[in-house]
Design a protein around this ligand. Structure first.
Ligand SMILES: Cc1cc2nc3c(=O)[nH]c(=O)nc-3n(C[C@H](O)[C@H](O)[C@H](O)COP(=O)(O)O)c2cc1C
Length: 613
């Protein structure tokens, strides 16, 4: 289609959001009701009352239906709709319910004074008087996997309460009284109504036209309780903190507990340079995407990628992003334990070949026009030509015997990674970080186990290609390393010292430097991911700068990405390391950027502009 041609936005399927980003941006509050409608809603909220005295007149069926519909419109987690309504009209059932309630009322009344007892007397008559009772139940359906129920089991009960409130508000608007009775034992009510074990009776509601029209809650009028000032109940940022009090210095959104341990000053200095990204930049990108000639959101993960990029940098990526690749290479004492297919000396050879452009990352860097730095941060044996020589020490110590690094080595390795990445970041739009280290999936597995408290079986994979026996040996090695080092997951920096390696520590430094320079990082595989996880536990703001290049074949890498809350761009079953998976994802960044800037916009044809604005 030529640029001059008319290009109309395709019609939306019925029921879809017809608003446009442009409208929403120009009038963010434009979704509100008009004044009279809002006044009605507010009135229902403020004048909703718990009703205890009822007229005997029956409720019209059609009105009752509307009230139930209102309840059924309630929000529920995962749209699980756990509410069930038992309509009780029979006198006998209501009388039995009242007897149950009367008994419990007496049990409770023993604790109250005369005035309260008298008041409680009045309050249970409604069960018999009201022409209708509704027992609102929650069907818990055990075993049913419901979105959003995973962490908080009781979300079904909460959802049921929302249905009750909807009904209560709608009833008020219709002039119908609702009284909530809860003086009963659940088992008694279960027996009375034949509820199965899994069903929880959440409320017994009395419904009918009210024989009182209270302007205040009855308990308030009786001097039982007053409504507390709202400001007593509103805190700012932390429990107990008032809005007027000074704010805590930095508040960083975190998907996981921030390390509670005090960290050394040198670390704090590096970590504090990382500031949270700017979430409003993502909204700007979404606004712009919405104008493009495509259904909203149809570029899926590429749209997320652009939004994440914007959060990190404030804008969208260039169409040819300049990438800097750093591969940190190091050796590990634990490699002597036969946890890799390759002997330790291979690490230096691979690193040298990478620097000469002969390995996968060498080829990819060339193909992508990216600057490649291969740095020796802790190989052992003779120095190798072509590598940037930043060796901290000749390999880390065997983690099955004690800590991998001394405190000084850890600091130097992190600062080394930081300084290399800081310099490269100045010339690049993003960094691609990866590693070479024979035995480092074992080290990464041990570190992951320490950070997540997962058992060795859950964190160990075949690495470069171990057989079953080799895998068994690797698990035993990780178990020994955990036993020898007794790591405390709440102190990630110390976990890194005891179980990490020099390239992993350098990666942590590199990640911090990239983020401090507001450069996104494309993460490579398992070892890089574990380094990122340790770093995020120490500085949660870092996460805003991370993009998962791919998911590797190492099974625990999926777990690492889950912990980081990142979705990978590619899933090619790679298990190579060297930053190769991250490099393969790089073209997607440029292509996503080109789509964003070069796709035609609906308004460019002049059609929308004339019609909608
Ligand atoms: C979960 C719940 C259970 C309740 N149970 C009873 C009850 O057993 N007996 C009663 O007299 N009122 C009960 N009520 C009504 C409250 O006492 C009433 O809502 C409160 O006094 C505020 O009054 P208002 O609803 O008129 O604003 C219950 C309310 C709720 C939300």
């Amino acid at each position: 289609m030529s640029l001059g041609e008319r290009f109309e936005r395709p019609p939306l399927p019925p029921g879809f959001d017809e608003s446009r980003a442009r409208e929403r941006r120009s009038d963010p509050a434009g979704w509100r009701f008009d004044d009279a409608e809002r006044a009605g809603v507010w009135r229902a909220i403020t004048e909703r009352r718990d009703i205890r005295r009822f007229r005997p007149d029956p409720l019209p069926d059609e009105l009752l239906r509307r009230l139930l519909e209102a309840a059924h419109q309630a929000p529920s987690v995962g749209l699980m709709q756990p509410w069930r309504f038992i309509l009780v009209r029979e006198e006998r059932t209501k009388a039995e319910m009242q007897a149950l309630v009367a008994r419990e009322r007496l049990v409770q009344a023993e604790r109250f004074d005369e005035r309260a007892r008298h008041y409680l007397d009045l309050k249970i008559e409604g069960i018999r008087e009201a022409p209708l009772s509704i027992c609102v139940c929650c069907d818990r359906e055990p075993g049913r996997e419901v979105l959003g129920r995973h962490t908080i089991r009781d979300t079904d009960l909460y959802s049921t309460c929302l249905a009750i409130e909807n009904l209560w508000l709608a009833a008020r608007a219709e002039g119908v009284g609702v009284g909530w009775v809860s003086f009963y034992r659940e088992d008694d009510l279960r027996a009375l109504l034949g509820l199965p074990e899994r069903v929880v009776p959440v409320a017994w509601l009395c419904l009918g036209y009210p024989d009182e029209r209270p302007s205040r809650p009855g308990l308030e009028a009786a001097g039982w309780e007053r409504r507390r000032p709202l400001d007593e109940l509103v805190f700012a940022e932390r429990w107990g903190k008032r809005e007027s009090e000074p704010r805590p210095p930095t508040i960083v959104a975190s998907a996981y507990a921030v390390a509670p341990t005090e960290q050394p000053d040198w670390w704090r200095r590096l970590a504090d340079e990382v500031r949270p990204g700017d979430p409003t930049a993502a909204i700007r990108v979404r606004d712009a995407s919405d104008e493009l000639v495509k259904p909203a959101g149809s570029l899926g993960a590429l749209e997320t990628l652009l939004e994440r990029w914007a959060i990190a940098t404030g804008t969208t990526p260039p169409s040819r992003p300049r990438a800097g690749i750093i591969v940190f290479a190091a050796d590990h004492g634990v490699a002597e334990r036969g946890v890799s297919l390759y002997p330790a000396r291979v690490g230096a050879q691979v690193a040298a070949a990478a620097a000469r452009g002969e390995t996968a990352i060498g080829v990819l860097a060339r193909a992508l026009g990216a600057e490649l730095v291969v740095a020796d941060v802790g190989l052992s044996g003779p120095r190798v030509a072509g590598l940037v020589d930043r060796r901290v020490v000749d390999g880390s110590a065997d983690i099955t015997k004690g800590p991998a690094l001394t405190a000084g080595q850890l600091r130097t390795a992190i600062e080394t990674g930081h300084s290399l990445a800081r310099h490269l970041a100045q010339r690049c739009d993003l960094l691609i970080l990866g590693e070479i280290g024979i035995g480092n999936t074992t080290v990464a597995s041990a570190l992951l186990a320490a950070l997540t408290r997962l058992p060795p079986e859950a964190v160990c994979g075949r690495g470069t290609g171990l057989d079953a026996q080799g895998l068994e040996r690797k698990r035993d090695t990780v178990a020994s390393a955990l036993a020898a080092n007794a790591p405390d997951g709440a102190d990630p920096l110390e976990c890194l010292r005891r179980l990490g390696g020099l390239e992993i520590a350098a990666l942590v430094g590199g990640l911090l430097a990239a983020a401090a320079a507001r450069r996104p990082v494309l993460l490579d595989g398992f070892a890089t991911g574990v380094a990122a996880l340790a770093a995020c536990r120490l500085q949660p703001a870092l996460r805003d700068y991370l993009i998962a290049g791919h998911r590797s074949a190492e099974p625990a890498h999926a777990r690492v990405l889950t912990e980081l809350g990142l979705e990978p761009l590619l899933d090619l079953r790679l298990r190579l390391g060297e930053a190769s998976g991250a490099a393969l994802a790089l073209p997607l960044v440029g292509l996503a950027a080109r789509l964003h800037t070069e796709m035609r916009r609906f308004d460019q044809a002049g059609v929308d502009r004339a019609g909608a604005e």
